[in-house]
Design a protein around this ligand. Structure first.
Ligand SMILES: [Zn+2]
Length: 215
């Protein structure tokens, strides 16, 4: 049983209406409080119905209409005002708006969790990738020791030397920076990271690959 049917078991619309000030005649007729009623147009007992303006319902509905509350809040008000023995906590019957709100909040939380997960994954993959770039540059540095100048002064090697401090700077941010700094890197420089890492990898292959062939 939900709290609406429990409240209705304990209370008639008439009891609720009288409690909140409606004057009901002995025959169960009353002046309707929901329109400007001069002669009693409302019939009220277990439920209420106005023959003039057409409104009607049970005790919960009456309170909801009277105080501009949701059905759920109206039921809570009755439970509180009449100290009804109805258990509210535990098995709360939520109204539709409340359910929708909870559903929306859940979706939003999941969306944020998903973005966070993607971001964290990107950070750890990028750290691996950039560390690997540094190793590749080291490789090339060692490889070029004692090589003739025309091999050392290649465009690829120049780009690597230029990339190294940038890569170290990014690694500092990714390993030790604030979340906001890492987010900024992710949002602004994701493509640039990709580009430079790709260039280092390709450059290493060209330098070590072709030199190996000619050596
Ligand atoms: Zn009415």
């Amino acid at each position: 049983m939900n709290i609406f049917s429990e409240v209705k078991e304990h209370l008639t619309a008439r009891q609720a209406a009288e409690y909140y000030g409606l004057k009901v005649k002995r025959n169960g007729n009353a002046c309707c409080p929901f329109h400007d009623d001069k002669h009693p147009s409302m019939k009220i007992d277990k439920n209420y119905h106005c023959f003039a303006c057409g409104v009607g319902g049970d005790a919960v509905d009456y309170v909801s209409r009277m105080f501009g509350l949701s059905q759920y809040d109206a039921a809570l008000k009755l439970i509180e005002d009449f100290t009804l023995p109805v258990e509210v906590r535990g098995n709360i019957e939520l109204n539709i708006q409340e359910k929708e709100r909870i559903h929306r909040e859940k979706e939003e939380r999941e969306r944020i969790a998903h973005i966070k997960e993607r971001f964290e994954k990107w950070c750890s993959q990028t750290i691996d990738r950039l560390r690997n770039c540094i190793l590749e540059i080291d490789d090339v540095n060692h490889f070029l020791i004692g090589k003739p100048p025309d091999i050392i002064f290649s465009e690829d090697y120049a780009q690597m030397l230029h990339a190294e401090p940038v890569i170290n700077y990014w690694l500092d941010i990714l390993c030790m920076g604030e979340v906001s700094e890492r987010q900024e890197l992710f949002l602004k420089d994701r493509k640039k990271v990709e580009e430079i890492a790709g260039r280092v990898c390709a450059g290493r292959k060209r330098i070590m690959g072709c030199s190996r062939g000619s050596a």
